[in-house]
Design a protein. Structure first.
Length: 264
């Protein structure tokens, strides 16, 4: 019950099952949300580097897809079909996969929270101390945080890729035409080796410039401009957190629904 795409952005393996025709309205909603995600994914080609709002839109789109999927699997007829297929094996597989998705989403939230903390710390220090030499330690702490976030994202992507490969190596048998789907997400455009967020990249540049200016006692350093960039990044991170929180809640509800089906 997973979704698949081969283009460069979001990737999600697809698995399908046939359900009675009376469920078509619910399945049509699932297909409509999938088409929205595919259109969003196609738009990524023309948005390099990606802005955070584009990523947030994708996260919200995934959450909307999960709402439709949950409506579909809550149907008694759907639940019966799921349990009858290979003695409910597909439900067990979906439950197993949901753990990895929840872990990945939770880790992403933690990373954003850590980064937001460093951004807000820098804002506070610059507000109080301006271009004082001691600010350099806070800038270094932020850059170390950025490196850690990048490293952890890479590790998470590798784990999700393993899950994706496992799913695709064990496809469902043919003859099942309508969809009951769970989403396996990957970091958007992760393999294109480009800066993902304009906001993050611009802050990196201006912080390096500020740090260099402070060390060389350059009177032209622009603390106010740096603070404006940090404030923009803070707002960006909060927006991404909102998208992840929305997706996380839907993942939890979806898992609860699957557990209820499995317990029947």
């Amino acid at each position: 019950m997973e979704i698949s795409s081969s283009s460069t952005g979001l990737q999600y393996p697809i698995r399908s099952i046939s359900l009675p025709s009376r469920l078509n309205p619910q399945s049509i909603k699932v297909e409509a949300e999938l088409n929205k995600l595919k259109a969003w994914e196609t738009s990524l080609v023309s948005t390099i580097p990606l802005c955070a709002e584009t990523v947030r839109t994708g996260l919200v789109g995934l959450a909307e897809l999960y709402i439709c999927v949950e409506d579909l699997i809550l149907s008694p007829i759907t639940q019966q079909a799921l349990l009858q297929h290979q003695n409910g094996l597909i439900v067990e597989e979906a439950l197993e996969g949901s753990i990895g998705l929840l872990d990945s989403c939770s880790e992403a939230r933690d990373l954003l929270s850590m980064m937001k903390e460093h951004v807000q710390d820098l804002e506070s220090v610059l507000r109080r101390k301006g271009g004082d030499l001691s600010v350099g330690s806070n800038i270094n702490a932020y850059m170390c945080c950025r490196k850690k976030v990048k490293k952890e994202i890479g590790k998470g992507l590798r784990q999700l890729k393993k899950s994706e490969n496992r799913i695709m190596s064990n496809p469902l048998p043919g003859g099942w035409s309508l969809i009951s789907k769970l989403v396996l997400t990957r970091q958007v455009a992760s393999e294109r080796d480009v800066e993902i967020f304009n906001e993050v990249g611009s802050v990196d540049i201006i912080l390096k410039s500020l740090h260099g200016g402070i060390r060389s006692n350059d009177a032209k350093i622009d603390v106010q401009r740096t603070m404006q960039r940090l404030q923009a990044l803070d707002a960006t991170i909060k927006g991404l957190e909102g998208g992840l929180d929305c997706l996380f809640r839907r993942l939890i509800r979806n898992r609860v629904s699957l557990l209820n089906i499995s317990a029947q």
